[in-house]
Write a protein that binds this ligand. Sequence first.
Ligand code: SF4
Ligand code: SF4
Length: 167
Amino acid sequence: MLIQTGIPSAEDILTVTPSEERFAKGPVAIAECFQKIPCNPCMMACAKKAIRVEPDINQTPRVDFDVCNGCGVCLTRCPGLAIFIVDKTYSDTEALIKLPFEFLPLPKEGQLACGLNRAGEEMGWFPVVKVIPGSKTNKTCTICLAVPKDLAMEVRNIRAGGYQDGR
Ligand code: SF4
Ligand code: SF4
């Protein structure tokens, strides 16, 4: 399925999803990287060694959810835009998700952005809490989006442009 559509299955996603007990402790990285390719910038970027590509560079990454603190450094280094940070402790009703984003225009903080699922389907309009620009050497931006908690593992992108003024 993934090979034909580029969209991971629900079973694929379950293999990289932390427990609700772990979600309750704060932000955590979700590495939605399912193809065996020679790649490991995520592992090299993590100072805590919480993400590992082992025993060789062709394996898919594994996040140690007990070690990861959700700092988001790996998210900006992944060339596949495959890493997301999910924080279900953001508020009583919303989760904060951090998404890698490489399109222009960028949204502005306080605007609403149209959230998309992994298939590119619209999931609703959600507040942009923060936009973290890329660095000189790595231009991947991070979009911080507040979404209802039940969509924390569904929204994985925003539609570029067409942003609305905030709530
Ligand atoms: S979010 Fe931070 S601590 Fe967690 S795997 Fe990525 S770089 Fe490591
Ligand atoms: S950097 Fe991204 S694409 Fe490469 S192994 Fe890590 S998660 Fe997969």
